[in-house]
Design a protein around this ligand. Structure first.
Ligand code: 5AD
Ligand code: SF4
Length: 443
């Protein structure tokens, strides 16, 4: 039997998907595989999928199609498709018909048992396992990849919000929180293997611990994580605006490692659209939360997600989105055209917006945001910021790259032995996406 088995893992979509892909890679490592990015010589290819927008699905279907050729050239190759796309109601049968060359299909609730599926596939079987419900005890034993400077740590799974456009609650199930001690232990473990920054992941971290008695919420968790020795930074995503408490904002303001960055998806600036989206807040409430953040953290960096062309969005609604963006001045925004997801409430709405209108609105939105991003960074010129040094810059490996507490990317000249430590950088150049600076002192 061939000893040196290679696995290529590809993750599409959000950080949760990336994190799940890490779990799968970890499982294959225990099965004797080593990670690789060489598709041609792979023994196993895993695609952890996303179905949040049609564009992601199309990209993945294209990739699955490409792998057919690879399998014809190398009949021993095993291919596994996992995650959100497979979990959609009715998707498995459709996908199996479309891609008979796939060996393993696994839903979002079946990742823990991947080794069993892999053994079966290695014996030449075609296998599919898609549970409709999660089993929490199984989810409580994830493995973040060790030895890296930064790690993503799941603090909860699923979502209860049912925003009307969103497929996530349909494919990731209801909200369930991991126990604080498990999270803390995982982070301590990561730190002892060299990790210096963690990002706590949840579809809505602000509702962490809602099921716990005695009461223990996300702010309590942050306070504990802030105390972990040798950890330098703590980030978290995503914050649903409706659940962003004063306590959480105050906790971030008082913390030492807690980064002053809130990813607070607004989705739309129009109350009519927000209501149709089932977001459960108004633009006025959202703005009051932003004011609260600024009251405690005047320099906090805000980022957001916005959807244009939601069914029924008029020019006036869209103008309100542009207006609120100009007002809030996010340092970065993820902007999307609405994508109809079957099984969601919004897919049933009649007044869908034509593609050319969506495209035009997206262009206008992006140009407003690009201006905001540039102005946000230009305001940083001449000032000094604490930066965690991450490694060589991708565009110029002679230079180093790192991030501010606000999650802005900074490029600078430095010494590779500074990787993994905090330095103070004075910003000397500001662009829409990146900053350039000079090292002042070790922070
Ligand atoms: N169409 C477009 N964007 C969507 N998002 C979620 N569902 C859809 C959809 N059907 C966006 C939201 C969310 C981000 C992760 O993806 O903005 O915050
Ligand atoms: Fe989707 Fe809304 Fe849940 Fe976010 S909060 S995952 S947008 S349903």
């Amino acid at each position: 039997m061939k000893k040196d088995k290679k696995v290529v893992t590809l993750a599409y979509g959000c950080q949760m998907s990336e994190r799940d892909a890490e779990t799968l890679t970890h499982i294959t490592r225990q099965e004797g595989y080593t990670s690789s990015d060489d598709l041609i010589n792979a023994d196993l290819v895993i695609i952890n999928t996303c179905c949040v927008r049609e564009s992601a699905e199309n990209k993945i279907l294209g990739k699955i199609g490409e792998l057919k050729k690879l399998k014809e050239d190398n009949p021993n190759l095993k291919i596994a498709i996992s995650g959100c796309m497979v979990q959609q109601p009715g998707a498995l049968e459709r996908l199996k018909k479309r891609a008979p060359h796939i060996d393993i299909w696994a839903g979002t609730h079946n990742l823990h048992d991947f080794s069993t599926l892999l053994h079966q596939a290695e014996q030449g079987e075609k296998v599919a396992e898609v549970w409709q419900e999660p089993k929490t005890t199984i989810e409580s034993t994830p493995q973040a990849e060790k030895g890296k400077l930064q790690a993503n740590v799941n603090i909860m799974y699923g979502c209860n919000n049912f925003c009307s456009y969103c497929i996530v609650p349909h494919v990731r199930g209801r909200e369930r929180s991991r126990k604080p001690e498990e999270i803390i232990n995982e982070i301590r473990d990561l730190v002892s293997s060299g990790c210096r920054e963690v990002t706590l992941l949840g579809q809505n971290v602000n509702s962490y611990g809602k099921e716990f008695t005695p009461t223990y919420d996300f702010a309590d968790l942050l306070q504990e994580v802030d105390q972990i020795p040798d950890l330098l930074r703590v980030r978290f995503i995503t914050s649903h605006p409706k659940d962003l408490s004063d306590k959480l904002i105050e906790t971030v303001a008082q913390g030492t490692k807690l980064c002053e960055h809130f990813h607070l998806p607004i989705q739309s600036g129009s109350n009519f659209i927000l209501e149709r989206m089932n977001r459960k807040y108004t633009r006025e409430y959202y703005l009051s939360r932003v004011d609260k953040i600024h009251e405690f953290l005047p320099e906090a960096s805000l980022t957001t997600d916005i959807i244009v062309g939601f069914p029924g969005e008029s020019e006036e609604d869209f103008e309100q989105t542009l207006e609120i963006m100009k007002l809030i001045r996010y340092s970065h925004a993820f902007t999307f055209m609405y994508s109809k997801r079957s099984g969601t409430l919004a897919a049933e709405l009649e007044d869908q917006i034509p593609l050319d209108v969506k495209k035009r609105r997206l262009q206008r939105l992006m140009s407003v945001q690009n201006q905001n991003s540039l102005e946000w960074r230009q305001k940083m010129l001449g000032k000094s910021y604490e930066v965690l040094v991450e490694g060589p810059s991708k565009t110029n490996p002679e230079r180093l790259v790192g991030r501010t507490r606000g999650n802005e990317l900074v490029v600078f000249d430095g010494n590779p032995d500074q990787i993994g430590s905090l330095v103070n950088i004075r910003i000397t150049e500001a662009g829409t996406w990146t900053l350039v600076g000079d090292i002042q002192t070790k922070a």
